[in-house]
Design a protein around this ligand. Structure first.
Ligand SMILES: [Zn+2]
Length: 52
Protein backbone atom coordinates (compact mmCIF):
# COMPACT_ATOMS: atom_id res chain seq x y z
CA UNK A 1 0.00 0.00 0.00
CA UNK A 2 1.49 3.26 -1.07
CA UNK A 3 0.15 6.76 -0.91
CA UNK A 4 1.70 10.04 -1.91
CA UNK A 5 2.13 11.18 1.69
CA UNK A 6 4.12 8.05 2.46
CA UNK A 7 6.28 8.45 -0.65
CA UNK A 8 7.14 11.99 0.40
CA UNK A 9 7.87 10.94 3.97
CA UNK A 10 10.20 8.18 2.73
CA UNK A 11 12.13 10.66 0.60
CA UNK A 12 12.33 13.09 3.51
CA UNK A 13 13.63 10.38 5.85
CA UNK A 14 16.21 9.24 3.29
CA UNK A 15 17.49 12.80 2.94
CA UNK A 16 17.56 13.29 6.70
CA UNK A 17 19.43 10.03 7.20
CA UNK A 18 21.95 11.02 4.54
CA UNK A 19 22.39 14.25 6.51
CA UNK A 20 23.25 12.30 9.63
CA UNK A 21 19.93 11.49 11.30
CA UNK A 22 19.94 8.19 13.18
CA UNK A 23 17.98 5.43 11.48
CA UNK A 24 15.91 4.92 14.61
CA UNK A 25 14.53 8.42 14.17
CA UNK A 26 12.91 7.57 10.85
CA UNK A 27 9.11 7.74 10.71
CA UNK A 28 9.11 5.43 7.71
CA UNK A 29 10.72 2.11 6.84
CA UNK A 30 12.71 2.00 3.62
CA UNK A 31 12.89 -1.77 3.70
CA UNK A 32 9.14 -2.25 3.82
CA UNK A 33 8.19 1.04 2.14
CA UNK A 34 5.71 1.74 4.90
CA UNK A 35 5.32 3.73 8.10
CA UNK A 36 7.81 2.62 10.71
CA UNK A 37 5.00 2.02 13.20
CA UNK A 38 3.37 -0.40 10.76
CA UNK A 39 6.31 -2.80 10.69
CA UNK A 40 7.99 -2.25 14.07
CA UNK A 41 7.00 -5.80 15.05
CA UNK A 42 8.44 -7.33 11.91
CA UNK A 43 11.05 -10.00 12.78
CA UNK A 44 13.52 -8.18 10.57
CA UNK A 45 13.46 -5.26 13.00
CA UNK A 46 13.06 -7.06 16.30
CA UNK A 47 15.63 -9.70 15.35
CA UNK A 48 17.97 -8.40 12.66
CA UNK A 49 19.80 -11.73 12.43
CA UNK A 50 16.62 -13.13 10.85
CA UNK A 51 17.77 -11.36 7.71
CA UNK A 52 20.36 -14.00 7.04
ZN1 LIG B 1 10.16 -2.26 8.23
Amino acid sequence: MTDQHLVEALARDNAAEDAGMHGDDRTTCWTHQCWASDCADDPMHTNPSALR
